[in-house]
Structures are given as C-alpha cells and as structure tokens.
Design a protein around this ligand. Structure first.
Ligand code: BV8
Length: 235
C-alpha cells in the first residue's frame, strides 16, 4: 500500500463490540432484540416518545464504566502520529473514540450523550436520563427534547464535510461495519471513484466487501493496532 497523504476512516458498531457494546446485526445485536422501526425512526418517536427516550436512556446508562479498546486507542495514535490529513467518521453514537483521544471525528449518526431540542434546535450535552419533563437548557421548553441521534429517514450529520474528505482521500478504511446502512455504505464507492485505495478491516466480509481493494478479517482489537503500526512505520 503506497504511503497515503489523506485518510478517511469509517467505523461502525464492530469497533465497540470488544468494549462490551452490542452491535446491531450480529446474532446478539440490538436489532435482533428489538424492531428498529419501533425505536429508530421519527414516526416511532412521534408515536411513543417515552418508549424511545427510555430505549436511549438504557443505552446511555449501559455506557457507564465502558472503556475504549485497543482499536479505539490505535486510531487515536494514528491521528497523533500521522502527518497527513485524517478524518474519522463514525456511525457509532457512543463516545469511545473521544475517550481514546480522537479529535478529528464526525458522529454522522449523532451522539448518545447529546440532546436535541425540537423547539429551538439547540444541541446540548445530556449525560443522564431524558424524560418528558426534561427541559432544554436554552429555551427551557419541557417535553421537546429528543435524543440527538440520526434515525432512519433522517439526513446524517456533516455530509458535505464527509464527501469533501472522501474526494481528497487516497486511503479509505472501513472498520467494524456491515455495510448495510446508507449513505455510509456508499462511502467506499465514493472514495474508490476518486482514486483512493480502499481497505476493509472487519470480523468477516461486509455487504460491500466487493467494493474494497483490500480486506483484513479478524477482531478489531488485533487487526486495527497492527494496521496502524504498519502505517506509522512507513509514514
Ligand atoms: C438517509 C440510529 C436520506 C442511531 C441508525 C440509499 C441511499 C440513502 C438512504 C438509503 C438507501 N437505501 C436505504 C436507505 C435508507 C436508510 C437505510 O440505509 N436503510 C437500511 C436498513 C437499508 N438510510 C437512512 O435512512 C439514513 N438516512 O438516508 O436519509 C435523506 C435524504 C434527504 C433528506 C433526508 C434524508 C439514516 C441512517 C442512520 C440510521 N440510524 N441508528 C442508533 O440508534 O444507534 S442505523 C444503525 O446502523 C447505527 O447507526 C449503526 O451505526 C448503523 C450501521 O450499523 P453498523 O455500525 O455497521 O453495525 P452492524 O451491527 O450492522 O455491523 C457490525 C459489523 O462489525 C459486522 O460486519 C460484524 O461482522 C463486525 N464485527 C462484530 N464484532 C467485531 C466486528 N468487526 C471487528 N471486530 C469485532 N470484534
């Protein structure tokens, strides 16, 4: 692999599995336990906001004591040691990349620890439970807060910034994602068409495996540090 000057990395739930966070589509994944149509769509929230807030309250509480793993730390080490441009785009709503030290980071599907006010549009840090009585810190409206998470049918965040980075990247790496959800699953094609080398680091071939020039299969805590070591040695 030639030495890259500009890297885009896309992560999915698979990078957090070894920290104890369930993925979505693995056999014990979240969407095999609940029906995403009842929790991760604007209609679900309109139908039963309390049930949806509780669903995210439980996932927020489950983050207590959860630590980033060797794969998160390796990506933070890459950001610190890599002299070119690097953008880390995550589909995950956990804060494990930040906890490991990553800063050039986009949460394209939002964040578990953030609240969005439907009355004034303000986003605010929200570490605790969210209920119908929770008030927006900005406009003080009650009953108007929702999880600051991108649901199905909603536009993911910072897409312009992401596509600009994909246009300039000469290396695109997808880590721990099934390639099931769009538009994230299209990023590899976007990067490839712009001339980037494309690499998939995943437990098994994803649904978009055929689009990648190279693949390394294994557990993220093993293959991601090895990939970062190799890249930093050559840079
Ligand atoms: C939108 C909420 C448009 C947060 C989620 C074509 C183009 C555009 C859209 C679509 C399209 N086709 C269909 C659509 C609609 C839809 C979609 O993609 N549907 C799917 C079901 C086909 N997309 C959307 O609705 C998106 N919005 O397109 O808007 C628009 C246009 C104009 C105006 C307005 C709107 C929004 C998508 C975001 C939805 N939100 N979740 C939450 O509750 O968490 S999706 C959910 O899936 C999560 O966000 C998650 O991040 C995402 C992807 O899942 P993965 O991260 O990949 O996780 P998964 O479990 O699937 O896979 C884990 C992988 O890790 C596996 O491969 C496994 O093998 C591997 N693994 C496991 N353990 C390890 C490991 N790897 C390494 N080591 C290990 N130890």
């Amino acid at each position: 692999m030639p030495l890259p000057s500009s890297i885009v990395i896309l992560t999915g739930a698979g990078i957090s599995v070894e920290s104890g966070i369930p993925s979505f589509r693995d056999k014990s994944g979240l969407w095999s336990m609940v029906n995403w149509q009842d929790y991760a769509t604007p209609d679900a929230f309109a139908r039963d906001p309390g049930r949806v807030r509780d669903f995210y309250n439980k996932r927020r509480r489950a983050m207590a004591g959860v630590q980033p793993n060797a794969a998160h730390h390796a990506l933070a080490r890459l950001e610190a040691g890599f002299r070119g441009d690097l953008l880390l785009v995550t589909q995950n709503i956990d804060d494990l990349h930040e906890a490991a030290g990553s800063r050039r980071l986009v949460h394209m599907h939002g964040e578990l620890g953030s609240a969005l006010c439907e009355a004034c549009g303000m986003r605010s840090r929200w570490p605790g439970d969210m209920t119908v009585d929770s008030r927006c810190p900005q406009c003080e409206s009650a009953g108007r807060l929702r999880p600051d998470v991108v649901w199905f049918g909603e536009m993911p965040y910072q897409m312009d910034r992401i596509y600009r980075a994909l246009g300039e990247a000469d290396l695109f790496v997808a880590i721990g994602t099934s390639g099931h959800v769009y538009p994230a699953a299209d990023f590899v094609e976007e990067a490839r068409l712009n001339g980037a080398h494309t690499l998939e680091l995943n437990l098994e071939p994803s649904e978009t495996a055929a689009s990648f020039a190279e693949a390394i299969h294994g557990r993220a805590t093993e293959i991601v540090p090895a990939f970062v070591d190799r890249l930093l040695e050559t840079s």
